[in-house]
Write a protein that binds this ligand. Sequence first.
Ligand SMILES: N[C@@H](CCC(=O)N[C@@H](CS)C(=O)NCC(=O)O)C(=O)O
Length: 206
Amino acid sequence: MTTLCYANKTCAIGIHVLLEEIGKPYDLKIVDFSKGEQKTPEYKKLNPKGKVAALVRDDGSVLTEYAAIATWLALTNPDKKLMPTDPEGMARTLEALDFVVGTVHMLSWRLWRRPDAYSANPAEHDQLKERGMNAMLDGLAVIDDQLSGKDYLVGDFSIADTALYYVEYWAADVAGWQLPPNVKAHFERMKARPSVQVSRKQEGVA
Ligand SMILES: N[C@@H](CCC(=O)N[C@@H](CS)C(=O)NCC(=O)O)C(=O)O
């Protein structure tokens, strides 16, 4: 049995969607940030980084980091075709995935969401949030161009799309920003997938 350790409405929603796409049994664990559960000794025994997503695999070993978990899920479930297997397609998938996770999420969204992590001075927080929002919208504009004429980031649906889905959810539904047109269409396409609908229902996002 695969267990997903998961925090409500965070980047782990993309891993949740992937597990639904794969369709094998798994357990969902909610790590409640409002109670600081990600920093408890019990959770840090599982993931010393004190973050989600974390995946406990059938052999009991733990895998962390979105890109690593998503790539491992894709490679161990080749019949689900969650990423291309040719060198060019694989490289393009990781390129798109890394941009979403590394730049749009970690460098941009986090600045908007957690200005306190960058400055202890509340007077600076509005400016930091504005920089985060602008960086996020710049990143989404780049992705909008990449999506031109395409349904998904690298052709067919892939692990890069589940990452894009979680930042779309944050930008549109949490922050209330207008998504650029191709990104908005991608978000709607993702929400039409049964896997996303299950995950939204379980998270109370729908
Ligand atoms: N680079 C990590 C990012 C993990 C991360 O920042 N997770 C956030 C939720 S999206 C988290 O667990 N935050 C809890 C905290 O910082 O206390 C990944 O790709 O999985």
